[in-house]
Design a protein around this ligand. Structure first.
Ligand code: NAI
Ligand code: MG
Length: 374
């Protein structure tokens, strides 16, 4: 029996292309693993009314980790229209399978390493080497939203708000409410994960991103929990910054940052910013990590116009596989894989279109696999 059982979830569109590439590299590094295919994505929504079928959830309960490509998703009404006729009008509502996986398996860490590899023509600056910890289950993405606003909530708000509150006396559909919900537990554990990572990887500073001067209740709580956690790590400095200011500072002096930690929404925004600074969608990778399960993926979507053409850059997905190796405790293999990626980028001979080349998705993967073998 193989040492590891890995759920293999290609999903839709280019998800399949980049996962084929990742597999070439994992086979090249000889990970002793069994890869078990799992159904996920748009086809399963259309045919079965569920983009994350029960059998895939059962599979995820019995694996060491998962690799996930990308999925296509559409707004609720457009999704309903694409259901097979027998399922239309039955009350099925499309929900993002990624968000469901995060919540169902409590994958509370979204880890996003952003490293500029030397020789990448898309680098904004070669000095960038930072890691973002984004809280992955709560904050403004908690799913507590109201549109129209129910009468009992409107009445309760009217009672406790200031007389000049802009929503007073409005009709229920004249406004909408999305709640930002941040718990002490959720804030503590993401900040702790960031400090533990810094301690394990010789990083000297963790920067906490927030907007506590304006969003006092929730971000104030986040910052308070961060300070408590930081006190337990005397060897690592903590600083903090407002989310708007950090966007400026990251562009101006990216080399000043090592580890960033943020509530869900701010983490989402700064990770796209920094991903673009180290090459964009072809390089952005992420891990959704919980206590028992972790799901690794490229940050990009299914790019339907390139589906099946084996044209897009697989490096994001190959780096996601590297993150999986680290998480499994296969650090030597992870390091070797990353060195091979760095060598292929440095040599500059095998490049997909986004890097100015004409190589295919699988040619990039084969070049990395050759480099691994030496
Ligand atoms: P996208 O990320 O799929 O593609 C946008 C554009 O970026 C592509 O047309 C292509 O030009 C470029 N691109 C993406 N990945 C690339 C790669 N590996 N190499 C080179 N270029 C690449 O975003 P879009 O078009 O907004 O969404 C398409 C579908 O994907 C939608 O249904 C959306 O909901 C879904 N989506 C899924 C995500 C996921 O599975 N995690 C994340 C983002 C979007
Ligand atoms: Mg995003």
């Amino acid at each position: 029996m193989a040492q590891y059982r890995i759920a293999w979830l290609p999903g839709d569109g280019i998800g399949k292309d980049v996962m084929d590439a990742a597999r070439i590299v994992l086979d090249g590094i000889r990970l002793d693993a069994e890869y078990v295919h799992g159904d996920i994505g748009w086809d399963f929504w259309c045919r079965e009314g569920d983009a994350l079928p029960e059998r895939t959830i059962e599979l995820l309960k019995r694996v060491h980790a998962a690799m996930f490509g990308a999925i296509t998703s559409k707004p609720v009404r457009a999704a309903e229209a694409e259901l097979v006729p027998a399922l239309r009008g039955t009350g099925l509502v499309y929900r993002s399978p990624i968000v469901r996986m995060r919540q169902m398996f409590d994958l509370y860490v979204c880890l996003r390493p952003c490293r500029a590899y030397a020789g990448n023509p898309l680098n904004f600056s070669d000095a960038i080497d930072l890691v973002i910890f984004r809280e992955n289950t709560e904050d403004l993405y908690a799913g507590v939203e109201f549109s129209p606003v129910p009468a009992d909530l409107a009445a309760a708000l009217a009672k406790i708000s200031k007389p000049f509150a802009p929503f007073k006396d409005l009709a229920p559909d004249a406004y909408a409410i999305s709640c930002k919900v941040n718990t002490r537990k959720g804030s503590e554990r993401i900040v702790r994960a960031a400090f533990e990572y810094a301690a394990q990887h010789g990083r000297k500073k963790v920067t906490v991103v927030h907007k506590a001067n304006v969003v006092r209740a929730t971000d104030g709580l986040f910052l308070e929990e961060a300070r408590k956690v930081a006190a337990g790590f005397p060897g690592i400095a903590m600083d903090d910054a407002n989310v708007d200011a950090i966007c400026m500072w990251l562009l101006k002096n990216p080399m000043n940052y090592e580890v960033l930690v943020a509530p869900n929404l701010y983490g989402d925004i700064i990770s796209d910013l920094v991903a673009q600074m180290v090459g964009g969608l072809g390089f952005g990778c992420s891990g959704n990590i919980g206590e028992k399960l972790a799901v690794f993926e490229p940050s990009h979507g299914s790019a339907p116009k390139y589906a099946g053409q084996y044209k897009v850059n697989p490096i994001a997905t190959i780096l996601a596989a590297k993150m999986m190796l680290d998480w499994l405790g296969e650090e030597a293999k992870a390091a070797r894989l990353e060195q091979a990626v760095a060598a292929v980028i440095r040599a500059g001979k095998v490049r997909t279109y986004d890097m100015g080349g004409t190589s295919t998705t699988l040619e990039v993967a084969e070049a990395v696999a050759r480099e691994i073998k030496g």
